[in-house]
Design a protein around this ligand. Sequence first.
Ligand code: ADP
Ligand code: GLC
Length: 489
Amino acid sequence: MATKVLFVGSECYPFIKTGGLADVMGALPKALVADGVDARVIIPKYGCLPQEYKDRMRHVCDFWMDLGCTGDHFVGVESFEMGGVTYYFLDDEDYFSWGSPYTEMYNDIERFIFFDKAVLAALPVIGWRPDVIHCHDWQAGLVPVYLRSLFYDTDLSRHAKCAITIHNLRFQGVCERSRMQAVSGLPDECFALDKCGYSSAANGYRPDGNMLKGGIVYADRVTTVSDTYAYEIQTPEYGEDLDGIMRYHASKMVGIVNGIDYEVNDPATDKKIAQNYSVDDVIEGKRANKLALQRTLGLEEDPDKMVIGLVSRLTNQKGLDLVGAVVDRMIDGNTQFALLGTGDAEFEGMFRNAEWSHRGAVCSSIMYDSARSSQIYAGADVMLVPSRFEPCGLTQLIAMRYGALPIVRETGGLRDTVEPYNEYEETGVGFSFSAYDAGQLLNCINYAKTVYFTRRHSWDAMVRRAMGRDFSWNVSAKKYEDLYRQMVG
Ligand code: ADP
Ligand code: GLC
């Protein structure tokens, strides 16, 4: 019989997306279903889900559930099937009718505590019992905790195993322990310091509760989204104050690198780009897309200029201060820069300024726009991903799929997926630098420019190599299937 796996998380493409988590929640279950796994997904029913999907949802069940000191809540479950995957949307109007998936931490903690308990409470009512509950990030962190405490004496707890995937250790879902305990109704023992309890120099020795930490401790297996990140988070530099916990639980942890959805990200069929192309006509295809991009962005229209792209959430994680430090030197008469992103005001202002200083050579699109992101991947020659840390990173994978060569810092998944160019052996699919240093980034960009402008034959060959690499979910989905098999036993 097919293994039954329930994905629990806060976003899922194409319903709701703020970053790579949504891409993984969208693509991995599809790949698993194609391999015969009965994979289903549950996310909150946010008010901002597109109407076209809301219209197609079917009511599955509703019931009342208590939640600690907050009293009784109405829980509604709707479902919708697409591409062989069943998606469940879990509702409580009070919590999820808001305009965006995240508000601020104080409210979000209560909303996702509700979500985590309601997911477990809903399963018997839905009438589907998973073999593995696969949780994602802090928003699903209390699912394993509930499963092994308040729900321990249930058929679900006796049967199901729990895995948690860390997509980003920086966000942990932390608030005062007393509040987390009062809202969740979880017993004292769950808040011991080796469980959800959290108190260290980093939080000023406050007695806090930590949802992600609880998930890591109570889950049967922990995964993260690349091998290198699995190692890095056991060190103080990348451990976000949980490196001790990560080392303690290292034996149940594994790194499985993300793939990307090859149907969604395909330059041969992508309707959002000016001209479709594949590896066979990539050079002409990218030239046409570059001209179209330059026109759209108000950049000087010249296919011989090198276009450097960057598509990112604008946060401290992404190495944007390095880009700010080099942008004036990066731009020259032959180089243009196309940025797409939203986030911290500091970085939005920095990139607006760069556009004002280099009119016609720099365009900063401060917005979230999936059509424009496709157009940048298709029209750019290189994509910058100089992250401070990067659990996996999908932009470098999408870049390679569209024949734009990534320039990355050697950290996390960037290190695992971008083999750097070797000019002696003519191997590699991009460029990389190691230290978090603006000088190293600039050297790396200059090296890429040298290859682009003086050894175009090598460049074009590298573009074809990058497009030929397999970053689909084929390989990694099998690794998750192995993991589920080991867990189910
Ligand atoms: P993270 O999850 O840390 O944001 P990833 O590289 O894993 O980083 O995934 C980012 C995803 O979000 C990619 O699919 C990228 O194309 C997309 N993305 C980021 N910013 C934007 C934006 N402003 N507009 C459209 N897509 C974006
Ligand atoms: C997180 C990470 C990113 C990763 C994504 C999907 O948002 O920041 O590196 O690719 O999750 O796993």
